[in-house]
Write a protein that binds this ligand. Structure first.
Ligand SMILES: NC(=O)c1ccc[n+]([C@@H]2O[C@H](COP(=O)([O-])OP(=O)(O)OC[C@H]3O[C@@H](n4cnc5c(N)ncnc54)[C@H](O)[C@@H]3O)[C@@H](O)[C@H]2O)c1
Length: 250
């Protein structure tokens, strides 16, 4: 997709998948707003690609409202919104899930996407349409007993994407989730060698960024694209639930 003359917002752009996507969008011609809480590395990525750095805690509803108001002063200013920021909690034992861990992961991985989408949609609409993307996870599509809060939040954002996308079609906005398998980012800490020894394929962030471009080009909406190393992103074939068509039509 040619993004010349287009503006993109990427959250969690200071590292990993977000940084790779920010670089890829810039290579396609976009002006990129790189949003993160890691100011040093975030600014570095923005400087490298001629973009703008913005300190944004995605879990902060008021910060999103301020960003929305700021960008709305230049109508038609946003064409791609990539809600990518996320964390892990690493807690699999429900009895050990503290309020703090639970609220933190839901705040960033789930509320961050809700607040972000709510701020981005009017801006995309003002541009005559555009694309919203959420970095979800394979943990959106299958259980992850190792990290309950992560799995819960990622399932939630997949549900949001599938439910909100039909409402955005008339506004010429696509909304999709990208659901990667393991990616070599800070998420893996020092476990890459062990995971690979255990036969787990690990992607580089750049492969996710290429897949993200393919999703933007696909023209599809409301999909959760599963992504595995060396394969094209594929819409996940959710099972049809009896009676669900009724609610989709309303
Ligand atoms: N690495 C994987 O194996 C993998 C697999 C599937 C999905 N994901 C998803 O990819 C996304 C990006 O993660 P990554 O793997 O690139 O990890 P990463 O740690 O390299 O990047 C996450 C970024 O989000 C930023 N961030 C954290 N909290 C934030 C907040 N409150 N507000 C704004 N920014 C915040 C971090 O500073 C960091 O720059 C996440 O949503 C993650 O769940 C990762």
């Amino acid at each position: 997709m040619d993004l010349n003359g287009k503006n993109a917002l990427v959250t969690g752009a200071a590292s990993g998948i977000g940084a790779a996507c920010a670089r890829r969008f810039a290579a396609a011609g976009a002006q990129v707003i790189c949003a993160d809480v890691a100011d040093g590395p975030g600014r570095q990525v923005a400087d490298e690609i001629g973009g703008r750095y913005l300190h944004l805690d995605v879990a902060d509803s008021a910060a999103w409202a301020a960003l929305g108001a700021d960008l709305a002063e230049d109508p038609g200013c946003l064409h791609v919104a990539h809600l990518n920021a996320g964390i892990t909690s690493g807690v699999g034992d429900i009895a050990q899930l503290s309020d703090e861990d639970y609220l933190r992961i839901i705040g960033i991985n789930q509320h961050g996407v809700v607040f972000g989408l709510r701020a981005a949609v009017p801006l995309l609409e003002a541009a005559g349409g555009g694309h919203a993307l959420v970095t979800a996870s394979l943990a959106s599509l299958s259980p992850l007993p190792l990290d309950l809060g992560y799995s819960m939040a990622k399932h939630a954002v997949a549900g949001l994407v599938r439910s909100a996308a039909p409402n955005l079609i008339d506004h010429h906005i696509t909304l999709n989730a990208i659901c990667p398998a393991m990616v070599a980012t800070g998420f893996l800490s020092d476990n890459r060698e062990q995971l690979e020894a255990d036969g787990i394929d690990i992607m580089e962030s750049e492969e996710v960024a290429e897949a993200t471009m393919a999703i933007l080009d696909s023209g599809l909406t409301g999909e959760c694209f599963a992504l595995f190393k060396g394969r094209q992103p594929e819409p996940f074939p959710f099972a049809k639930v009896p009676g669900s068509d009724y609610w989709s039509r309303r």
